[in-house]
Write a protein that binds this ligand. Sequence first.
Ligand code: TUI
Length: 315
Amino acid sequence: MFENNVICNLLGIKYPIFQGGMAWIGTAELASAVSNAGGLGIIGAGHMPPDALRNEIRKTKERTDKPFGVNVMLMSPFVKEVMEVVIDEKIPVVTTGAGNPGEYVPALKEIGSKVIPVVASVALAKRLVRVGADALIAEGTESGGHIGEITTMALVPQVVDAVDVPVIAAGGFADSRGLAAAFALGAHAVQMGSRFVVSEECIAHDNYKQFVLKAKDRSTVVTGKSLGHPARVLANKLSRKYEELEAAGASAEELEALGVGSLHRATHEGDVDNGSVMIGQISGMLNDIKPVKQIIEDIVNGLPDAFKASEANFR
Ligand code: TUI
């Protein structure tokens, strides 16, 4: 299976499944588990200072001899130093998020890294292919955390048609049906974040995981639109406070202040009332915590049935 999959062959991985590089919880524990299970584990650099990232990379190298990636969050104040660490540690796959990584592409390619930016629009997709991106992650607005405006269903085929590099679909994927659908849209792989949050290996606080398991289809909201960096989170006391302040015409400074430290409060302190519980819309479908290996194998093993079920409609 997947012998002809261009993403598996490009990166030397067994299964076309990426783990989204999530800030604070995309750690060595999760990334190494995903890579060891045959997917692509990704360390989420988030706002990490460079030394902390180097430490996480070394820990991951101790735990797996399989390829893994680092996601560089381009809004980080440490982005330049983080890129230096990634280059120094010769990370084989570098994904980026929340911005345009164009200026960093040549240096990454020089050391042989595969550069795979997250895009939320066709325009940025085309621009990044021109500067040398090896593949693209097309991420729909169903995703958790920082998001664009276009849905996965509309974005993925438009990006696939616009570029001549392989595309990984992200936003709303968590099972075999999703992987089959991604292939049908012309993507060669999926990236999943939410599904891996509710894994045994994810270090997120148990309160965070339990809150995600309780989510229904309409449980997420998008905050931060007026600040120009929208983020999808589970509705809670913090998101309601945010909405109230926003409606009352609060200043950007006041709104920004609510966000400071809020993700860590939820992921590590387990305060799911006053913290920011970033998660995608597919969380409504997630009902169990499983080991990473089982998550990946269940998706891969369910793929033939997912294809059979869709084929039955036109036979
Ligand atoms: O980056 C993400 N998701 C994230 S990053 C993050 S860390 C954070 N912490 C606190 C507050 C805010 C963020 C949490 N979730 N996903 C990848 C992604 N990139 N989604 C959308 C985009 C994107 C948006 C616009 C990529 C490029 C872009 O282009 C802008 C431009 O400069 O052209």
